[in-house]
Design a protein around this ligand. Structure first.
Ligand code: ZN
Length: 243
């Protein structure tokens, strides 16, 4: 049975429920690459929903900011505003759950990192030079990352000394057995590749394949909850644009 691979839920329960419904019956365990809260309107609901799935989970930079492990002044004003609201809203129990999650862990043949294996909380892997440097910072064949909210694959052909980068679409299946890779399943709760549908992946660790998926969710429902909470307008708008 495949592993359901999720990242960057960002307190968007409507998107998380759509992903869980879409993948229903097709996985037997869950891996989560961090940023369960921040940006979105339902942090407690998302922590509780994910927790109940008993995932192998990481924490991300927004989780760290909410936990005061990272200075919220590193964020833009809108993200910071939601960090502070989340701090006031999160229950002690849910906060304790987030506090126990590491930002990096090895699950051979995979390394899991929120942002990058070199700087697991903060670095964005968006270009070839950054990806190349990061291949020196993990030992397993494949590293799974989130953080950019953009589904993508970096493939390092060590024999040829070539690194390539591919943006991926719904239904694309990649072979994880041939080269070393850095793979990003995209974001569940705030996609940023211009496609507003929630992104996730199904990882088959036996066949060593990974399938990228997209699923539409009721964006307007999440936006309405954000409006009721007077969340920043730009954060509300970007969900519909997938940016
Ligand atoms: Zn994120």
């Amino acid at each position: 049975m495949p592993t359901l691979l999720l990242s960057d839920i960002h307190a968007n329960l409507v998107a998380l429920e759509a992903v869980l419904a879409d993948a229903d019956g097709q996985y037997d365990r869950v891996w989560f690459l961090g940023d369960l809260v921040g940006y979105g309107p339902q942090p407690n609901e998302c922590v509780e929903r994910l927790r109940a799935l008993e995932p192998l989970a990481l924490s991300g930079n927004h989780d760290w900011a909410v936990l005061d492990k990272l200075d919220a002044f590193d964020f833009n004003a809108e993200a910071r505003m939601v960090v502070h609201w989340t701090q006031r809203t999160l229950t002690a129990d849910n906060r304790a759950y987030l506090n126990d999650l590491p930002p990096l862990r090895a699950e051979p043949p995979f390394t899991l990192a929120h942002a990058s294996p070199r700087h697991p909380v903060w670095e964005y892997i968006l270009d070839l030079p950054t990806a190349m440097e990061n291949f020196a910072h993990f030992d397993t064949p494949c590293c799974l990352v989130g953080h950019t909210h953009v589904p993508a694959v970096f493939v390092l052909d060590e024999a040829a000394g070539e690194l390539s980068f591919t943006l991926v679409e719904h239904g694309d299946v990649i072979d994880l057995s041939r080269h070393r890779l850095i793979v990003n399943p995209g974001g569940v709760g705030q996609p940023r590749d211009g496609d507003p549908r929630a992104a996730y992946a199904l990882l088959d660790a036996e066949a060593m394949t990974l399938e990228f998926r997209r699923v539409a969710y009721d964006v307007a429902a999440t936006q309405e909850l954000m409006r009721e909470l007077n969340m920043p307008r730009r954060l509300i708008k970007r969900l519909a644009q997938g940016l």
